[in-house]
Design a protein around this ligand. Structure first.
Ligand SMILES: *Cc1c(COP(=O)(O)O)cnc(C)c1O
Length: 375
């Protein structure tokens, strides 16, 4: 079987069995209840809370609106400390709330915000810290919480990458005041578009449920200017089915990661992350970092060579959020303030990583990475 020209994409969605999905659609059609806290919505919230080992889950229509709503719910204003090494939605959520982002550099050993650099960025206007568990690698949540406690700050985690990630058996989603997830098609667990917020107590869960439904409390009372960001019954049903196969998908990703690591460990000029002790990883991404001198080719040259060979990598995260025109003028966005983030953004390529990647696909990616070096 020679399929040398087959396109290998960087990601591919986990899809439920179509017949099973049809059966659930039939139930929805029969009930004629298609959105607004229907039975599949409630069921998925309950099943996710159990799977993720968290007390409360509120489902959303994507992963950006829970970030925006989390800031609203905690009445965050002024300045918020965050990372430039993330997907642009993290900082956009601050912008939508009229909050000034303050970028802090990352720890090169994890890609996450460097807790050692947070304190010097705190001012009298700082009200919160918004870190990201980049690639699903857990932040130093204890250190971040101790800084937050010292200065009376809230902590909201953008946990879009951290579905199912646990540290010593405990969900990383329980850290901070609130955490948010994305269930976008490209994520480990998807509901096509979708997301969630994780909270610690029932009162907050109720408040968030009001906020995602225009602020309605009952039929006639509106408690706050909420937004509409509810998940519908069709995607909730899809999510229930995908939850049943997500463990197998994560294990398949784990096997891909093992193959990449075994093959690439000996390649001069390519580095990658290893698993962290005590952590249940979700293998959401497989970033590699190119040292152009040692590798003999720049990151971008390799990226385009891969493309020519029909293997799509992704320069994720490049450019940094602080480089986009909306944020570039901010005092904290200067290159000199963010040297580690720039270094990572300039050297990263995320390799194809998904549950259905075949052994042949993986071998092709590896051989390109090895062959290109020899050329
Ligand atoms: C995917 C992602 C989001 C946004 O999620 P959507 O569901 O696409 O709105 C936010 N933050 C990070 C870090 C992401 O990767």
């Amino acid at each position: 079987m020679n399929d040398d020209n087959k396109l290998i994409t960087v990601t591919s969605p986990l899809l439920p069995d179509l017949d099973e999905f049809h059966e659930m659609l039939k139930e929805i059609w029969d009930s004629k209840w298609i959105t607004n806290n229907g039975s599949f919505h409630k069921q998925l919230e309950k099943e996710l809370a159990e799977y993720l080992k968290v007390p409360y889950v509120s489902l959303f229509t994507n992963g950006t609106l829970p970030l925006i709503t989390a800031l609203q719910a905690l009445h965050i204003t002024g300045e918020v400390i965050t990372t430039p090494y993330s997907f642009v939605a993290t900082t956009h959520a601050l912008w939508w709330n009229g909050i000034k982002p303050v970028f802090v550099d990352i720890d090169p050993s994890t890609g996450n915000i460097d807790p050692e650099k947070i304190e010097s960025a705190i001012t009298s206007r700082t009200t919160a810290i918004m870190p990201v568990h980049v690639y699903g690698k857990p932040c130093d949540t204890k250190k971040i919480q101790s800084i937050a406690d010292k200065y009376g700050l809230k902590v909201i985690y953008d946990a879009a990458h951290a579905f199912g990630v646990e540290v010593n058996g405990e969900s990383v989603l329980n850290a901070g005041d609130l955490s948010t997830l994305s269930f976008h098609a490209t994520k480990v667990y998807n509901t096509i578009e979708g997301g969630a917020m994780i909270m610690h107590d029932e009162q907050t869960k109720k408040r968030i449920d009001y906020l995602k439904n225009f602020g309605f409390h009952g039929e006639t009372e509106v408690i706050a200017p909420g937004i509409n960001s509810k998940m519908d019954e069709i995607r909730s049903a899809y999510g229930i089915l995908n939850l049943r196969q997500v463990d197998a998908a994560i294990e398949a990703r784990h096997q891909v990661a093992i193959k990449y690591r075994n093959a690439l460990r000996e390649v001069d000029g390519i580095t990658f992350f290893d698993d962290m002790p005590g952590v249940r990883h979700n293998y959401s991404y497989f970033p590699i970092f190119i040292d152009s001198e040692k590798y003999g080719m720049s990151r971008d040259e390799l990226y385009f060579k891969m493309k020519e060979s029909n293997v799509l990598g992704r320069r994720y995260f490049y450019p940094l959020i602080s480089e986009f025109s909306t944020y570039k003028g901010l005092p904290s966005a200067g290159r000199e303030n963010l040297p580690n983030a720039h270094k990572m953004a300039d050297s990263v390529i995320c390799l194809p990583m998904y549950h259905s990647l075949t052994d042949m696909d993986v071998q092709k990616v590896i051989s390109i990475l090895k062959r290109e070096k020899a050329e």
